[in-house]
Design a protein around this ligand. Structure first.
Ligand code: UD1
Length: 430
């Protein structure tokens, strides 16, 4: 069981470069299997979630060649709609293969998806959409099976804004004869990226990035093109917050400043300096200035992203006065607060809101990466704490951050990965 060991208290300084978006990559890798020919995808982050997706699609017959961050996918050998790879249980995004296999083979059969545990995570909206497009759905023994004699376009209204359902239905509709309209669609940057990828490969999708997406099904998608994935909004935000909580001065490169607006606005409001360029943002706090308290509410894009919520709570621990974080997307996404309290944070949680009284002097402790972004919050807490922090269960963190230790080290952090955690040593001694 590997862990991260962080000696906190260093001011991070320098330049760091963001990798490709994990969540866009997962949608795009699934979408690639509906092409009629091979394609090349650049800027694929080498994180365990994307590696799992590559394994799963290879297992059903795609030929995948990954060199660095460039992936060539040839899906022409995919004949079997049944996904048996156990790795499909590990990642949430395996559910994109429901839509993708339905588009390619008119049926799909896959494990119910896994992923981070932050409360109930239904997929009813995905299934209702597939049914509207002519598929029948059967769930039994932990698996979902979809069958369609002939998939067709449909008008679909999503009762709730869902990133996953929007992407999944877009993929399924790309080759379904007729027009599909998705209303109340999610607008996250990676939805636009998946739509751009599909269009590059031959699909006809309009309106991605708005709440109404129109898809005119095409009879073939030749592929044979290359596409480069957008930068990871959440990784970029994590580094921006790292600069603020360590009172450092970091320039985060290869990001899209527009995607960062919800965070940039809050950092400025709290007293940080945020300087934007074409594809970079520099964050620092002027000498002698204290961070001031504020309130956050997580919302679908363009609101503040729930996937930056735990990291932002660490930021609020360093602000003077009472701050509030309201989690509007997930029902249970504050479990990690227990770990922050171990480190000295003063936080009260009531259902989907937490109240943070700062500034807190955090001190190192043994803490857990309870999920991917909670793990990122622990890293930020450790970087800004006195003494040593050890984070265990970092396999969850490594689902979504490429070369995190190397990147943080390059801007002055004292962080290393250990293959054996203190917990394990203690267990072995007992
Ligand atoms: C994606 C992201 C995840 C992020 C989330 C919200 C990936 C792989 N994961 O998850 O990191 O936290 O978006 O930005 O991209 N809902 C339903 N029924 C459904 C689907 C969703 O009720 O069929 C609800 C969920 O319970 C939740 C809300 O809708 O309350 C948003 O979920 P959704 O946007 O679908 O999240 P994911 O796509 O699973």
């Amino acid at each position: 069981m590997a862990s991260y060991l962080i000696r906190g208290g260093r001011h991070l300084r320098g330049d760091v470069t963001v990798s490709g978006s994990k969540n866009a990559a997962l949608g795009i890798l699934a979408a690639a299997i509906i092409c009629d020919g091979p394609c090349t995808i650049d800027n694929v982050p080498q994180v365990s979630d994307t590696m799992a997706m590559i394994d799963i699609i290879s297992d059903i017959g795609a030929i995948c060649k990954l060199e660095g961050n460039r992936l060539e996918i040839d899906p022409r050998g995919i004949q079997d709609a049944r996904v048996v790879s156990e790795r499909a249980r590990d990642i949430r995004a395996s559910y994109y293969l429901l839509g993708a296999l339905l588009a390619r083979l008119s049926s799909s059969d896959i494990f119910l998806p896994g992923g981070c545990n932050f409360g109930v995570r239904p997929i009813d909206l995905h299934l209702k959409g597939f049914e509207a497009m002519g598929a029948s759905c059967n769930i039994s023994h932990g698996r979902i099976r979809l069958d369609a004699k002939q998939l067709h376009g449909a008008n679909i209204f999503l009762d709730k804004v869902s990133v996953g359902a929007t992407i999944n239905l877009m993929i399924a509709a790309a080759k379904a004869p007729g027009r599909t309209v998705i209303e109340n669609a999610a607008r996250e940057p990676h939805i636009v990226d998946v739509a751009n990828f599909l269009n590059t490969m031959g699909a006809r999708i309009r309106g991605a990035g708005t709440d109404m997406i129109r898809i005119d099904g095409v009879s073939s998608m030749p592929g044979r093109r290359s596409y480069s994935i957008i930068p990871d909004q959440i990784e970029a935000g994590t580094f921006m917050i790292a600069a603020a909580v360590t009172r450092g001065d970091v320039c985060v490169h290869n990001l899209i400043p527009k995607h960062m607006e919800p965070l940039s606005a809050k950092l400025k409001e709290m007293g940080a300096v945020v300087e934007e360029g074409g594809d970079f943002i520099r964050v620092y706090i002027p000498e002698g200035r204290h961070l001031s308290s504020t309130n956050f509410i997580t919302m679908p894009y363009p609101g503040f992203p729930t996937d930056l919520q735990p990291q932002a709570v660490v930021l609020l621990c360093h602000a003077e006065g009472l701050s509030r974080m309201q989690e509007n997307v997930w029902t249970s996404r504050f479990q990690y607060v227990e770990d922050l309290k171990l480190m000295g944070a003063n936080i009260d949680v009531a259902e989907r809101t937490c109240l943070i009284t700062g500034p807190a002097q955090l001190t190192g402790s043994l803490v857990q990466a309870r999920d991917l972004r909670a793990g990122a919050a622990m890293v930020l807490a450790g970087l800004s704490a006195q003494d040593e922090t050890e984070i265990y269960d970092i396999f969850r963190l490594e689902r979504g951050y490429e070369n995190l230790v190397e990147k943080l080290t390059s801007i002055g952090a004292n962080i290393r990965r250990s293959d054996i955690s203190t917990l394990e040593v203690e267990r072995n001694l007992k």
